[in-house]
Design a protein. Structure first.
Length: 398
């Protein structure tokens, strides 16, 4: 009887021990799985955090950035790159050629090798808005020397190129403007030295021509100095209440003889209103605009100056002629330095080609804006705005 009992107890103990260890093992597995899942979740979180930090870093860059894999397919493109090329679609896994359709850039990236791991290139993007980009590309190699990918950086050179072109155009225009009167002065002086001075009539005519071209040189240099001061911010403005009606009358008085020579009427529709401005500089603005209106308006025509107070405490001033007008494509460029609508006529009429550019800079330094309107054959009107000084007592200008 003892053996069956012992056998039963042994079997029961074995079964109990089995279930005990199976439960321990199950609990251990559960703990291990939870630990593994927690580790995986921490890894995923850390990876996402690193990726987010990388994206923030890359998107904060002002230069365009591309990361390519070993097959030349895009893995990362930052915000600056998308802005440069106006891209809104997802570029991941596309080649440079598929993404941008620029064979020149694709060939540049394809030229990277162990012998030439980095290249630099200026890329010109043609179109309505021509742009220049500096491209720096570098290959990435792993420890075994195999190409692992590449990075490409894009820096926008457009503004720098525009400034370089503007400087070159400015130097070329100044050189031309200086060369013409200097050549005439030199030619007439040589003729006088060769004996023409002995003929009073010829000598007098030549000396008047020399004097006229010397005056042209003086005006050009003065205008160049004014432009330089305005663009560098060295001009100090003396703001005060300026009565427009009297200022226009003063300018008309200065141009009375020149207008009479072309039988041009000078008409003022300027109300008794004061603006806050530098009186001398404002007179320079009006003088340039009235001079242009007389010069390019028609003979026996009319030049009109007027002003209208508008909302926001602003006065809108205009100078109008009834000449041939300005072509629509030239209206946006008339305030550029040395720009001339009709070069042949402008040369004949004289002037430095800087007057309207000076007008624009002076008005902008007053906090106003300037623009032009014209219909071909119907004359041209130049507008500018100035802040009104409605509470000031209008004192006569001296």
């Amino acid at each position: 009887m003892l053996w069956p009992i012992l056998t039963f107890l042994s079997v029961g103990a074995a079964i109990g021990l089995h279930f005990y260890w199976r439960d321990r093992l199950w609990r251990a597995r559960q703990s291990w799985q939870a630990e593994i899942e927690r580790t995986r979740e921490e890894y995923r979180h850390a990876s996402a955090q690193v990726q987010t930090q990388q994206e923030v870093l890359f998107n904060s860059m002002t230069e365009g950035f591309l990361l390519l894999d070993e097959r030349g397919r895009i893995q990362l493109a930052n915000r600056a790159f998308r802005t440069l090329f106006d891209i809104t679609v997802d570029l991941k896994s596309r080649t440079v050629l598929e993404a941008l359709r620029l064979h020149e850039l694709a060939e540049l990236v394809g030229s990277l090798s162990a012998e030439k791991p980095a290249v630099e290139h200026e890329l010109k993007l043609s179109g309505l808005n021509e742009r220049w980009l500096q491209v720096n590309a570098a290959a990435i190699f792993n420890g075994q020397g195999s190409r692992h990918g590449s990075i490409v950086m894009f820096h926008d050179l457009t503004r720098l190129k525009q400034l370089q072109n503007a400087r070159q155009d400015f130097v070329a225009n100044v050189s031309h403007e200086l060369r013409t009167p200097l050549s005439l002065i030199k030619g007439y002086v040589e003729t006088l030295l060769d004996g023409a001075r002995d003929n009073p009539d010829v000598a007098d005519k030549f000396l008047h021509t020399i004097d006229r071209n010397a005056e042209r040189l003086k005006l050009l240099i003065e205008d160049l100095l004014t432009i330089s001061e305005l663009e560098s911010g060295r001009v100090t403005l003396n703001f005060q209440p300026v009565p427009l009606m009297q200022l226009v009358a003063n300018v008309f008085e200065d141009f009375k003889a020149r207008a009479a020579a072309k039988n041009v009427r000078l008409v003022s529709h300027t109300p008794d209103v004061a603006v806050r401005a530098d009186a001398d500089r404002l007179e320079q603005v009006l003088a340039n605009l009235v001079d242009n209106a007389i010069k390019y308006g028609r003979a026996h025509g009319t030049v009109t100056v007027g002003a209208t107070p508008v909302t926001g405490g602003v006065v809108e001033v205009f100078v109008q002629d009834d000449g041939p007008g300005i072509p629509p494509e030239a209206l946006e460029r008339v305030f550029e330095r040395f720009f001339r609508v009709d070069k042949a006529r402008s040369r004949e009429q004289g002037g430095t080609g800087l007057g309207l550019s000076i007008v624009k800079h002076l008005i902008q330094s007053h906090g106003g804006r300037v623009w032009a309107k014209s219909d071909p054959g119907q004359g041209a009107t130049f507008f500018f705005t100035l802040p009104q000084d409605s509470g000031a007592l209008q004192q006569p200008l001296l």
